[in-house]
Design a protein around this ligand. Structure first.
Ligand SMILES: Cc1cc2nc3c(=O)[nH]c(=O)nc-3n(C[C@H](O)[C@H](O)[C@H](O)COP(=O)(O)OP(=O)(O)OC[C@H]3O[C@@H](n4cnc5c(N)ncnc54)[C@H](O)[C@@H]3O)c2cc1C
Length: 397
């Protein structure tokens, strides 16, 4: 029997990034403890788009099959203008196109949690982390200090662990956000029955409605507007106001839930993604606006890749983390930059946005190309999930 001490990881935050890193490390022989501040493992935000890159990570950690049970697999993503005319139609889940499923967030978190449990991860709830040291200690709110070979800070956009290490370069509030809600599906929500299984983003002025079937019975709706548009972001939703912007969606708007969660979008960059034995990942490291639906995808990729990097070079974790960052950061920042640029469309006049997107959308080939190039696809894209993490096959609008 080997007498070699197990490598140990302490992880702050049981969101998409933290749970993925935990499962991937434990599957590589590490002992892993995850600290979640909340009293239970809950997911906010209704539904989520998981593109091909994220699906590959889920496969690699054995969470895929559970995550996609009941998922919606649409055939196209459309953008519509203020007159309900299609500006762009991007085919998905067809041969050569991007892969995408939409699922409930709670299903995703449950599948990740179960992958962690199968791999023997210890998950502590009601356990808030407040800081870490480059030497590899995670410090909790109750003052206890936990030594580890690797500390992962995946405690979200307001990461206290990241801030204790002084790694933030900048954080830009984008003055735009979304109220997300989950409601039941209804055949009469859209004027045309043939549209019911599509993913559709409706634009009108500076407001958007994102229509996302997320299972046979669940519809994820995001109402997006400027932070300054106080009447539009109020919850419960002002249905008359939204109907004025989207008269063709009256039936859907009348069914909006009384509750919903508003989140403002931020863009965030770090000076470095690590400090000594501490890695920062997910929104704590690279929060981005959700126009590509890739914040979670990047968290999934970087969580798996940090586990691989640390497992390949456990003798020199700081060096392994520096190499991980130089490999993964360019793709993540490309994604972040593209998502940020797409937000510019929010402020274009309706007619201009409609004309421009219709020109782009006229060619299916162009739309497909835009999908593929919006996120840089490095060589090796076709490799199997087991070849991850150097494979980042992100495809996004
Ligand atoms: C409107 C909107 C729509 C989006 N849509 C998509 C989409 O369709 N597809 C996609 O891929 N991404 C999407 N995203 C982005 C995605 O939600 C995030 O990128 C993703 O959740 C980041 O995961 P994370 O694990 O880094 O952080 P989080 O999901 O924020 O998880 C952080 C965890 O840490 C815990 N925590 C916080 N502080 C502490 C502490 N001090 N100690 C211990 N635990 C702590 C939190 O409770 C939480 O459980 C969207 C974002 C928004 C705002």
């Amino acid at each position: 029997m080997s007498t070699r001490k197990k490598l140990h990881a302490e992880i702050a935050g049981a969101g998409i990034g933290g749970l993925t890193a935990a499962a991937a490390l434990a599957q590589r022989g590490w002992s892993v403890r995850v600290h979640e501040r909340a009293p239970d493992l809950r997911a906010f935000g209704a539904g989520i788009y998981i593109w091909g890159n994220g699906l590959k990570v889920l496969k690699a950690i054995g969470a895929h099959d559970e995550a996609v049970v009941g998922a919606h697999v649409g055939q196209s993503f459309e953008t519509r203008d203020h007159l309900d005319e299609t500006m762009e139609r991007i085919p998905i889940n067809s041969e050569g196109g991007a892969q995408l499923v939409t699922i409930l967030r709670e299903t995703l978190i449950r599948s990740l949690t179960n992958a962690c449990r199968r791999a023997g991860v210890d998950i502590a709830t009601d356990s808030a982390a407040v800081a870490a040291t480059p030497e590899g200690e995670l410090i909790l709110a109750d003052g206890t200090r936990h030594a580890a070979d690797l500390v992962v800070a995946s405690d979200g956009i307001n990461s206290q662990v990241r801030d204790s290490l002084g790694l933030l370069e900048y954080r830009v509030p984008l003055q735009y956000g979304a109220t997300r809600m989950l409601i039941s599906r209804d055949d009469n929500d859209l004027p045309c029955a043939a549209d019911r299984d599509k993913y559709i983003e409706y634009f009108s002025g500076t407001r958007r409605i994102l229509y996302t079937p997320s299972s046979k019975t669940d519809l994820y709706v995001a109402l997006c507007c400027e932070d300054a548009d106080k009447a539009a972001l109020a919850v419960p939703i002002d249905q008359d106001l939204w109907k004025k912007s989207f008269p063709h969606l009256g039936h859907l708007i009348e069914r909006f839930a009384d509750a919903g969660r508003w989140d403002s979008f931020d863009l965030l960059k770090l000076r470095k993604w690590s400090s000594g034995r501490v890695a920062i990942l997910g929104d704590a490291a690279h929060a981005m606006p959700p126009y590509l639906g890739q914040g979670g995808g990047c968290a999934l990729m970087n969580a798996l890749s940090v586990a691989v990097a640390a497992s390949e070079n456990p003798q020199d974790i700081p060096r392994a983390l520096a190499q991980w960052e130089s490999r993964e950061r360019p793709l993540t920042e490309h994604t972040q930059h593209t998502a940020h640029m797409m937000g510019a469309m929010n402020n274009w006049p309706d007619a201009v946005r409609s004309d421009v997107l219709k020109i782009v959308g006229r060619s299916e080939q162009l739309a497909r190309e835009r999908m593929r190039t919006a996120v840089h696809i490095p060589t090796g894209t076709e490799a199997e999930p087991t070849d991850l993490p150097v494979v980042a096959s992100a495809s996004a609008v």
